[in-house]
Design a protein around this ligand. Structure first.
Ligand SMILES: *[C@@H]1O[C@H](CO)[C@@H](O)[C@H](O)[C@H]1NC(C)=O
Ligand SMILES: *[C@@H]1O[C@H](CO)[C@@H](O)[C@H](O)[C@H]1NC(C)=O
Ligand SMILES: *[C@@H]1O[C@H](CO)[C@@H](O)[C@H](O)[C@H]1NC(C)=O
Length: 632
């Protein structure tokens, strides 16, 4: 296939252009409590933190002159480097096969016909790199920073005594774990904004953390951490005078409900954070975090009209570049001791219909680039895959946090029914945005009214042949069309379990070589960047592309890996994209799934079966290696 570039944008100077992912969201009005007001310049963000201040590269000189004197900092600079992450097209890559199930044919759930929709693809991958933080050092620093940080003082009572002992005894790693790393590239600063979940278990059980926090760092384009830097944040309101600063590295001040007197069987704090990028009304990109958390709300009691507090686990949005004062929106009412504290702004996501479910988690976020364009260039909605088997998609309003289903494959399914083994992993990345930002002529490849997203889900398989359960990533391609003004989505392609040839360690930290004892876990968490290299000789055909993915092994690590030429492989799916063959992409002619091709669970079922086979083979290979070892 030949590359068709967008000459209007001018190919000449375009070497490598990155696309930054995008998502966004915001929650707000509760039943009885209104969303917190937005405080753009709380006083305590004005103090000079020391270290270096990084201004976004679109700050005017005038603004710089205004702000400089406010900061008695020793280092001040405006970012002047690359706006794209380094592309490691020349890393040592090796080929990696993916076993994929498409949707070009209905097989009516007949598993013996999975081969009819099976396609093999090959990409190149490099060796993963571990980017774990030194948890002892981080917690030492936490103790040092406590006097200046009210959030740190708020959460410290849950662990501070224990932590001091653990530091003395060298047992910090027995109680503190890191996982679920995800990143976005902030082109205006030239850094990766990376978050990870840090969790604490007093008893040393990594599946029962009393507390979860979100640790934020910035990295340069080659994944070298930048320490003691403050990002100077752009204001949505340009007339704003104050200065807002976010310090790196540090734990984000995400507000959550907690009760110092209740520490048994409690799981406080933001869990499974995912980060993505949205474009706000002022035209700035800002990170958006999606997480789930325990919180308390007032609900009408069953037998009377009185309101009583009840706890729920729900999905939230967090805007780390925005702030709120107090945390009544997660506590059910204002608690005086917290009412002056400043936090990152959070917003609960709520389905419009009916009461809250006790537990909501694993929503997979994605921003629609077409919606953004349609809205005049900024994001007003964020979408979520709510369910993979029997695909369901939610559309949520950024301003009030309410969500509606924008697509349901089967509308008879109850909202609270089990979602099945296929669940969310990374956010989904818009191919439309990737093509456009790379200077590729989108309309040459994509039919009108179509948007395509790519991401990595994960299958949770119980008793499949290796320990209690196994988790592995699955590549997913989602196609969304607008037909007669309605959205219709399908999983056009989904792969079987992917190992990325990474080393997995067993769940038991004392016996990591026991791969099949307990859980065997490799989970994809985020797509940090996706770069298309238009410098590739046009005559050579399609350009190279590199996607950087982050994953966690056994809930104790954050790893990144490069995948080369995934876009090049995906763009060849001729039922989705125009290619230069005679095949025409398939366009749904109505929104009635039963009349269409591929709007069903065929490929998900085939994938789950293949993933189980993957697990069984993995378990068998492990057993054999054990036997061999015993014979020696
Ligand atoms: C970027 O800024 C730094 C710090 O002010 C300076 O040392 C460096 O020379 C600048 N680089 C370029 C390419 O202008
Ligand atoms: C959800 O549906 C209601 C009723 O049709 C509508 O008022 C609301 O704007 C919708 N919300 C979103 C986020 O689409
Ligand atoms: C593979 O890619 C990642 C992400 O860019 C990088 O950090 C890592 O160093 C690469 N691995 C090797 C062995 O070069």
């Amino acid at each position: 296939m030949n590359l068709k570039v967008n000459h209007i944008k001018g190919l000449a100077g375009f070497a490598t252009i990155v696309v930054v992912l995008s998502i966004y969201h915001f929650l707000a009005v509760q039943e009885y409590i209104t969303a917190p007001p937005i405080f753009p310049t709380p006083g305590n963000y004005r103090v000079a933190h020391g270290g270096v201040y990084v201004f976004p590269n679109d700050f005017t000189n005038e603004k710089l002159d205004k702000y400089m004197p406010v900061l008695d900092a020793n280092g001040l600079y405006r970012y002047n480097g690359s706006t794209v992450p380094a592309t490691s097209f020349n890393d040592e890559f090796h080929s990696f096969k993916m076993n994929i199930f498409g949707s070009s044919k209905n097989i009516d759930g007949d598993q013996s016909k999975c081969k009819d929709i099976n396609v093999q693809r090959q990409v190149d991958i490099n060796k993963s790199q571990n980017i774990n933080i030194d948890i002892e050092e981080v917690m030492q620093k936490f103790i040092q920073d406590m006097p200046q940080n009210s959030y740190y003082r708020e959460v410290a009572p849950y662990f501070i005594d224990g932590l001091k002992d653990q530091l003395k005894e060298g047992t910090v790693k027995r109680h503190w774990y890191q996982l679920a790393g995800s990143s976005v590239w902030l082109e205006q600063y030239g850094v990766y904004f990376t978050i990870r979940r840090v969790m604490y278990s007093p008893a040393g059980f990594k599946n029962a953390p009393l507390l979860s926090l979100t640790y934020a760092q910035i990295f340069d384009d080659q994944w070298r951490e930048i320490k003691d830097h403050n990002l100077v944040l752009p204001h949505e309101d340009e007339s704003e005078n104050g200065l807002e600063i976010l310090k790196f590295p540090s734990f984000l001040k995400i507000p959550f409900f907690h009760d110092y007197d209740q520490t048994k069987k409690r799981y406080y704090g933001p869990e499974d954070p995912r980060i993505t990028l949205i474009k706000n009304k002022a035209g700035h990109f800002e990170p958006l975090i999606v997480f789930n958390s325990d919180h308390r709300q007032l609900v009408t009691s069953k037998d009377s009209d009185t309101l009583e507090p009840q706890n729920f686990r729900s999905m939230f949005l967090c805007f780390p570049f925005q702030h709120q004062v107090g945390k009544a929106n997660v506590d059910a009412y204002d608690q005086e001791r917290f009412s002056d504290a400043t936090y990152s702004r959070v917003s609960e996501l709520r389905l419009d219909d009916g009461p809250r479910l006790k537990v909501q988690k694993n929503w997979t976020p994605f921003i629609s680039h077409s919606q953004r364009l349609h809205n005049g260039g900024y994001d007003t909605h964020v979408n979520f895959v709510y369910r993979w088997t029997n695909l369901e998609v939610l559309q949520c309003d950024i301003h009030d946090g309410t969500c509606n289903f924008s697509y349901r494959l089967d509308s008879s399914i109850e909202r609270g029914s089990a979602v099945g083994p296929m669940r969310g992993g990374t956010e989904l990345y818009s191919i439309n945005e990737l093509l456009i930002n790379s200077g590729v002529e989108k309309n040459y490849y994509l039919p009108p009214n179509r948007e395509v997203w790519v991401g990595f889900a994960r299958a949770h398989l119980d008793g499949c042949g290796c320990g209690k359960n196994m988790y592995r990533p699955n590549l997913v391609v989602i196609v969304g069309d607008t037909v007669e003004g309605e959205f219709i989505y399908k999983i056009s392609h989904i792969s079987s379990s992917l190992s990325f040839d990474m080393n997995v360690v067993g769940w038991d930290m004392d016996n990591p070589e026991n791969l099949c004892t307990g859980s065997n876990v490799l989970i994809p968490n985020g797509i940090a960047s996706w770069v298309v290299d238009l410098a590739t000789d046009e005559a050579a055909g399609w350009p190279n592309d590199v996607l950087t993915l982050s994953l966690s092994v056994s809930d104790i690590s954050v790893e990144i890996i490069n995948i080369k030429n995934l876009l090049a492989e995906i763009i060849k799916f001729s039922d989705v994209f125009h290619d230069q063959s005679s095949a025409k992409p398939y366009i749904p002619s109505s929104t009635t799934s039963s009349k269409l091709i591929g709007y069903n669970n065929d490929n998900v079922k085939c994938t789950l079966r293949a993933s189980e086979q993957f697990c069984a083979a993995y378990g068998k290979a492990f057993e054999e290696s054990q036997n061999d070892a015993n014979l020696k």
